[in-house]
Each structure stands twice: as structure tokens, then as C-alpha cells.
Design a binder for this molecule. Sequence first.
Ligand code: NAI
Length: 338
Amino acid sequence: AAKPVTVTLTGAGGQIGYALLFRIASGQLLGPDVPIRLRMLEIPSGAAAAAGTALELQDCAFPLLHSVDVTTDLAEAFDGTNVALLVGSRPRGPGMERGDLLQANGTIFGPQGAAINEGAADDVRVVVVGNPANTNALIAAAHAPDVPSDRFTALTRLDHNRALGLLAAHLELPVGQLSGVTIWGNHSATQYPDVFHAQANGTPITDLVDEAWLQNEFIPRVAKRGAEIIAVRGGSSVASAANATIDHMRQWVGGTGSGRDGSDRDGVDWTSAAVVSDGSYGVPAGLVSSFPVRSVNGCWEIVQGLAIEEFSRVRIDASVAELIEERDAVRALGLIRD
Ligand code: NAI
């Protein structure tokens, strides 16, 4: 039998946690043959909700679920972790200044990065979902000097999937016929959803949509979809965020060719993830920025050689400028060093 894989989820008592845990335990994250040892990290105010969810997990009698632990202790949570899903964070509250937000998250993601550095398995892979996700990943990576920085990522797969969904609806085509969409930059309203390399059944998307639609409809709607969901649903994205988290980690581990839906979309396409920049596409090295990526042998690589037109360049640069500002702000707060 396969050795259990240790999956640590922070914010396990929250909404996204509730939408994620049952999918993880049923085998949708790592496949139908991999036993899961679950570690659920919470802060004291969320521990009861996490404990209740743990009871429900037991009541599902998932054959793959090797064990479940609920803890408020960082060292316990990350001991031997192979897969870390960092969902719990301090989102921006009413009237909260950006400095306060970054400070609050620095005190969460700094110690979590240090605990990963101390105790996680050698093959640890980390995805940050909690906002501001890119900069939280930057902070965590900075506190884990012994872990290769390419193991720290932030989630932009939800934005990628939103772009696919909106494009498919507009073109009245199944999502599976679309490929080559990219999210660039920050997981925020400055992100740039790029369809200049995208295709529908081999036809360039730019032959199928006009620039006015891209500029006035598509780009702002993808970038502000989170706010649209809040306005319509009366609450933030939960199941779609959990779904994207599963997609991100499943393909990181299993490769971008391992589409679980049986379509070949994942085989011919790339996806989007925020990874530590190596300077590709003029994004300063060290920033955690979203790129077109493929996963090969369990490692992300940035898709190289895409031509970037002026239309895209200014939008990528604007989002990267925001990432630079966030990085400089957390440096000034002493949350990371140069
Ligand atoms: P939630 O408020 O329902 O749950 C968050 C949970 O995290 C709470 O139970 C809280 O007690 C816990 N938590 C807070 N600090 C913690 C810490 N230091 N250690 C462990 N647990 C901690 O929020 P929800 O809806 O589950 O969202 C979680 C985060 O995901 C938010 O920051 C949200 O902005 C972000 N998000 C990111 C998306 C993305 O695409 N990157 C999409 C949707 C949400």
C-alpha cells in the first residue's frame, strides 16, 4: 500500500476549509490510491468548527483517510508535511489600512514559513490561498531559508478558471475547447487575464472577440469577479476557491497533463499559478507573481517564449508594480529582509 501523504490545511474551520476537506479526503487532491494524513490548523476561535468538521470527516468513512488531527500548534501542524494549503489569513476588514493588513498577515505567514522550514518533509509543496496571497507567500518563503523557494506558490488558478468560464460563456463553447489563457501578476483587481495566446479549437481567441469586449468587459469582469460573487451571492467565493486549490495542487503534483475530467485540455494547455519569479518576462526576480506555468515531474516551470504585445505589457507591468509596492511595504515593516 502507498505511504500516507501528510496534508496540512490552515484555516480548517473556515468556509473554504469546509469546501476543501471532503474533497481532499475523498481522493480528489492526490488521486484514488494515496492515503491522506490530515492536519487541520486553526486559531483558538476556529478550533471548535474544525473539530466539528473532523467529526463529519470520520462520519464519511473515507477509505483513504488515514488520520485527522486538529491542532492550534504550528510545530504539530507542519511536522512532516508534504502538502501545505495555507488558507487561514487575516482578510482586509472595514477601514483597515494596507499596512495593518500586511502586518497582521506577516505575523501569520512568517511563523508558518518558519514552522515549515523546521518540520516539513523534504518534498513539501506550499500554496497560499489566504489574501493577500502573493505577498503572504513571499513572507512565508522568506522565513523558510532551507526550503527551495520554488516550493512556495500562491493561488491564481481561481482567476484562471474564472477567465475560462467567462470566455466559454461568451463564445458559447464548452470550456474544454479553450486553451492558452494566462493570468499575470497579483491575485487582486490589478491582475491581467491574457487571451492573446489563447485558442478555441485552434482558432486564436483574438479572431473571435473584439478588443473593446476584452478591454471593457472581459478583463475587468475577471479581475473583479470576487466582488461580483460577493454582491450576487452575499458572501465570498468558497466552493470555487476550494476547487481551484484542488486544481492547483493536483496538477503541481501530478503534472499539467493529468486532467481528472478525462478531457485533453490539461494536456495541451498551460495553467496559471503565482510562483517565485526568476526574472522571466521582465518580472523582477524574487516576486511571487502569476505566470503561465506547466508542471513537469512535480515542478512548476514558467512557459517561455510568449510574445508580449504593448496591450499586455502595460497591464502586466501595472500589476507587477503593485507586487513591488507590497514587497517594499513588508520590507519596511521588517517582515522580510532584502
Ligand atoms: P473564513 O473566515 O471562513 O475562514 C478562515 C479561517 O482561518 C477561520 O476559521 C480562522 O479562524 C482561520 N485562521 C485565521 N488565522 C489563522 C491562523 N493564523 N492559523 C490558522 N487558521 C487561521 O474565510 P474563507 O472564506 O475560508 O477564506 C479564507 C481566505 O481565503 C481569505 O483570506 C480569503 O480572502 C481568501 N481567498 C482567496 C482566494 C484566492 O483565489 N486566492 C479566493 C477566495 C478567498
